[in-house]
Design a protein around this ligand. Structure first.
Ligand SMILES: Cc1cc2nc3c(=O)[nH]c(=O)nc-3n(C[C@H](O)[C@H](O)[C@H](O)COP(=O)(O)O)c2cc1C
Length: 391
């Protein structure tokens, strides 16, 4: 007889009046009775199978052994031999708690609906009206932004090269037309398509899973030509700003971004939120949350490239004090929650010359880096046998 313990990759919760355990590593779900929960609770550490009954006074050794054997068969209790992958998760994900592990594993390999199944699924979807595609604050004071957009003619390769995260900004306002151009090309729909049962979909410069475009954009204006300071909602429908809260300042911007001082020197900040129902209406599996995160990244890159093409300096972060921010924006944080922050300022110097200096400079990589990415065995053997520095 060996030792046993409770598997680590388990999450328990209530479903109606049942206790459910997800063995997320194995993708299996079980309903448990209270006795089974008690046995699992007692097996946090490796325990000798011969001594199991001492943990449960009042129960016969035989009945305890039977319960543990059943839990072993289900994989909820592991042995030295069966617990290899469970231990590997624990070691490999040691700095992240159950939340990240659970979400990652439980949303792997979700079923993808295609063909006939898809047609039936679409009919089913149509039974429930789709949520509105865009949000509008009809009663808010509205600023229509100019549509005299600036050209973004910088060579694409230069724009790719010159995009850099910027943390020092010149304290001068962003020209209104540059601001308007950036918001329009990064966040507005470029055109619409009729997607039948799925309704009318927005096509933007960023990809979005299923073109669901669950994101909304809130703009914190600090230093933009002729736009008063304040927190606005960007109305995608008519390229306007809807004033939600005039109480906005560099101090607040810094506070919302977890005290990153340079955020107070940017000219404006875009807080990106997700309205979950837009995604959930079509994608009815938690895996779609992964797609929301990917969608946010698309907008971050489009925003940064457009800002660079306009000669502006971008910055993005996911470090947000969401509760405080959502309170200032009047969001409940449940149906819609802030997820990402994109900021922009006037660069202290044009990116070009300094960037080209950096691109032209080669440098020796540290030993550490080499150890992280070891050369293939044949290459390192060759290096060891050859003292030529040029090799
Ligand atoms: C999702 C995400 C979050 C980030 N959060 C921060 C942040 O909180 N503070 C910061 O100074 N930089 C932040 N950055 C910027 C990265 O540090 C930066 O992209 C990285 O150093 C590479 O530099 P580059 O953007 O110039 O290529 C973030 C970038 C991304 C994509």
């Amino acid at each position: 007889m060996g030792k046993v313990k409770r598997a680590t990759s388990l999450v328990m919760y209530w479903s109606g009046d049942q206790i459910v355990v997800d063995h997320y590593l194995e993708g299996r779900t079980f309903c448990l009775d209270l006795e089974a929960v008690r046995v699992l609770a007692a097996l946090s550490d490796w325990t000798d199978e011969a001594e199991l009954h001492t943990l449960f006074p009042g129960y016969t050794a035989e009945s305890v052994r039977e319960s543990v054997n059943t839990l072993k068969e289900l994989g909820l209790v592991v042995t030295d031999e069966t617990g290899y992958y469970d231990a590997l998760v624990d070691a490999a994900w040691k700095h992240w708690g159950q939340e990240a592990r659970y979400f990652h594993f439980v949303t792997k390999d979700a079923p993808y609906v295609t063909g006939q199944e898809e047609a039936a699924f679409l009919e089913e979807l149509a039974a429930e009206a789709p949520p509105p595609t865009m949000k509008r604050y009809a009663d808010a004071p509205r600023l229509y932004l100019p549509r005299a957009f600036l050209p973004m003619n910088a060579p694409f390769q230069e724009v790719l090269l010159e995009r850099r995260t910027t943390r020092t900004f010149k304290q001068s306002p962003i020209p209104l037309r540059a601001f308007s151009t950036l918001l329009f090309y990064a966040f507005s729909p470029m055109y619409f398509v009729d997607a039948g049962l799925l309704g009318s979909l927005m096509m933007k410069t960023s990809a979005s899973a299923g073109a669901r475009h669950e994101t909304e954009f809130y703009v914190g204006v600090l230093n933009v030509e002729s736009v008063p300071r304040g927190l606005y909602h960007y109305c995608q429908e008519n390229h306007s700003l809807e004033l939600l809260n005039p109480e906005y300042s560099p101090e607040k911007a810094v506070r919302f971004a977890y005290d990153q001082e340079w955020v107070g020197e940017t000219a404006f900040i875009v807080y990106v939120s997700a309205r979950f129902e837009r995604m959930m209406w079509k994608y009815r599996h938690s895996r779609a949350y992964r797609a929301i995160l990917s969608n946010l990244g698309q907008f971050g890159q489009t925003f940064s490239l457009c800002a660079t093409a306009l000669g502006l300096a971008p910055f993005v972060t996911a470090a947000l004090r969401e509760h405080e921010l959502e309170e200032s924006l009047g969001l409940d944080g449940i149906t819609e929650s802030t997820m990402y922050m994109l900021a922009c300022g006037v660069p202290t110097a044009p990116a070009g010359p300094q960037l080209h200096e950096e691109v032209n400079a080669v440098q020796f990589v540290s030993e550490n880096f080499v150890q992280m990415y070891p050369a293939p065995a044949s290459a390192s053997a060759r290096r060891e046998g050859n003292s030529n520095a040029a090799d």
